[in-house]
Every structure is written in C-alpha cells, then in structure tokens.
Design a protein around this ligand. Structure first.
Ligand code: KG4
Ligand code: ZN
Length: 349
C-alpha cells in the first residue's frame, strides 16, 4: 500500500554505533522532537568504540529516550503511524537493540516498520533544513566508518563514484588523535588543537590526488603522523602543528576530490554529511571551492552531521510513505552497500 500524500507520524531510532538517537518526524509539519544520548564517556578510556559496551548502553537508554521524544512531541504512542530504525551498516549488537525495540513497538502499535540504511539517513539529513537541496546532487559522506562520493539522482537512486581503499577519514582523525595522545573522538579534538598549529612546519601528502579517479586512501597519513612525532616525545606546540598538518592534508584531499566529482558529473550541488562534515575547516574550504565554481554546498546543522535519530525518522518516513516496510521478522546488516537500496517508487511494497 502506498501512502504518498498521507501525513505520517514516524518514530525514528538510531543505534548503529556509539550514539543512541530517537526522534518523531511529522511528514506534514516536519521534525517534532529529537534526543540523543552520547556514549563518549564510556568509550573514551579505550580510545575507540567497544561494541559490547555500546550495545549494553543502548539497551539501558533507548526506551527512556523514546518516551522522552514522544513526550516532547506531545504524541502518545498510539498516534505513531510507523517506526523507522537503523538496520545497518554498523555494529551488529548495537543495531539489534534498535531493530528489536523498533520492531516490537511497531507490533504493539500495529503499525508498519522499516529498516533504514544509516548512510542514507546521513545523506538525506540536509533535507531537514529550511533550504534543502534538490536532486540531483553529489554527496560526500564522511563518517567514522565511511568515506564515499555518491551521485544522488533521487531517494534510493545512488551511483557510487568513489570510496576509501583503507581507513575512513573519520577513522584517520580518530587514529591520528590517539597517536598524539588526544581524547576520543579524535575529529573534534584534532580540530580544536589544530587552531593553534603552525601550518608551515610540516606538509603531509594529499593521497591519491595525483592520479585520476575519485577513490581515497587515508591510512598513509597515520604513518606521516607517526614519523613526525619527535623521539623525545610530544610538546603542546608539536601536537598542534602535527594536528594542523594532518587536518590540512585530509581536508585538502576531500576538497580536491569533491571538485573533481562535481566536474565529472556536471552536478551543481554538493551535499556533505556524516560526522566529519562537522569539521569547520572542511565546511569553509568546500564553501569557497563551490562558490568559486558557481556551485552550491549544503550541510545538515552541526548536530545532525553526527549520528542522530532525526535523519533516520526522516529517511524512514519517505520509505514508509512509498509503502516499503518489513514483515514481522527483522534482520540487521553490519555491511550494506548504498547501491543495494531499492528506488523510492510509488507503490513499492
Ligand atoms: O557519523 P558519525 O557520528 O558516526 C559514524 O557513523 O561513524 O561520525 C563520527 C566520526 C568520528 O570519526 C569523529 O572523529 C568524526 O566523525 N568527527 C569529526 C568532527 N566531529 C566528528 N571529524 C573532524 N572534525 C570534526 N569536527
Ligand atoms: Zn554515522
């Protein structure tokens, strides 16, 4: 059954990694409420996400978070028309927490539910803003697990242009921060200290920009960081200088590949999403690059760059409106290519 044109109130649930997110999205009035519980403090002592601890904390906080967003939106559970939960890619145990609660709530409320692709959520997050981009556009998806350039023709119509051959760019930020003794997550920590860095002390390479193509490789930058660390140890200024050299190289590489992708596809719009999209240096450089080429760049607001329930509620609402939903059983997918998603066609069931 297709529900195009019908107003839906959708509960969205995100538990793919180390943030628990929930939101209520109204297809007519927009976002009604959203809330996030971060696990940063739990994982910080380990310098990275511990999957079992992540799953356990989702179990602890998800139900109260769902209550909270329903209350804030002043929507009783029985008024929810559909439930969207992240079904992958991500950590299996963490995904199962959101999927099983989402499916159970949908069964209790006798409404459809849909498993959402986490990266589709990121990709569509700028649609929650006041001036959303129109299709087609090129999307740069940069998170802790992914670095993708995608030609987006419409919802579910994704052509992969390039991806990383090794580390994701967010992962490179996190690993570099660890080498420099900075806190987890590494992205914001590197960006903060890089502000005081001297950008002329080191110049790291811009990997894979000297050859054609839109793929990335970020693991080499880690080696450059390691080699830059002096034998006698790190002082505050050296940490800032290395962070600056790393960030310049990572951002420059992303900007070069985005410009190339826009030229290659002749698209006029660039959408940037995912946790690394919160990086101010990247945002400024992409803005300057697109302006210089007569093109435009779109971002979600900062809090919707990183993982959140709002993007899942929104992406799920589109698929539910198109009639897509799960049966009574459900599954999650640790790995899942964006290219495998179905088109958003009317009447798809
Ligand atoms: O999208 P996200 O919240 O979770 C995943 O789906 O992975 O992205 C998290 C990643 C982490 O690697 C984090 O270090 C990075 O995004 N990140 C940043 C910034 N804020 C978060 N990287 C660079 N600069 C930032 N300001
Ligand atoms: Zn994410």
């Amino acid at each position: 059954m297709c529900l195009w044109g019908i107003t839906l109130l959708v509960l969205g649930i995100e538990t793919s990694c180390d943030d628990t997110g929930a939101a209520v999205f109204d297809t007519e009035r927009g976002l009604r409420s959203h809330a996030l519980a971060s696990q940063v403090e739990i994982h910080a002592p380990y310098g990275g996400v511990v999957p079992e601890l992540a799953a356990r904390d989702h179990v602890r906080v998800l139900m109260p978070l769902v209550h909270q967003v329903l209350k804030t939106a002043a929507v009783p559970g029985r008024d929810i028309d559909g439930v969207a939960y992240t079904a992958g890619p991500g950590l299996t145990g963490a995904l199962l927490v959101g999927a099983s609660l989402g499916r159970a709530l949908a069964w209790a409320w006798q409404v459809p539910s849909v498993g959402v692709h986490h990266m589709e959520g990121h990709l569509l997050a700028p649609m929650l803003e006041d001036e959303p981009p129109t299709f087609p556009f090129v999307a740069l998806l940069v998170s802790g697990g992914h670095t993708l350039l995608v030609d987006v023709l419409g919802v579910g119509r994704y052509r992969l242009l390039g991806s990383t051959l090794d580390d994701a760019v967010g992962e490179a930020f996190d690993k570099t921060a660890k080498l420099l003794g900075l806190s987890y997550p590494g992205g914001p920590a590197i960006a903060a200290v890089a502000r005081n860095g001297d950008s002329t002390r080191w110049r790291f390479p811009r990997p894979m920009t000297d050859r054609p193509g839109l793929d990335f490789s970020f693991s080499g930058l880690k080696t450059y960081t390691r080699n830059a660390v002096p034998e006698g140890g790190l002082d505050e200024q050296t940490i800032a200088d290395i962070a600056c050299a790393f960030q310049d190289a990572a951002v420059d590489t992303l900007v070069i590949k985005c410009r190339r992708a826009l030229e290659q596809t002749s698209r006029r719009r660039l959408v940037v999403a995912g946790g690394v999209g919160a990086n101010e240096e990247l945002r400024e450089r992409l803005k300057a690059m697109t302006m210089a080429c007569g093109k435009a760049v779109y971002y979600p607001r900062l809090e919707f760059c990183t993982d959140n329930g709002a993007m899942i509620a929104y992406a799920g609402s589109l698929r539910l409106q198109a009639g897509q939903h799960e049966g009574l059983d459900f599954s999650v997918r640790a790995r899942w290519s964006l290219a495998d998603l179905p088109d958003l066609k009317e009447g798809t069931a």
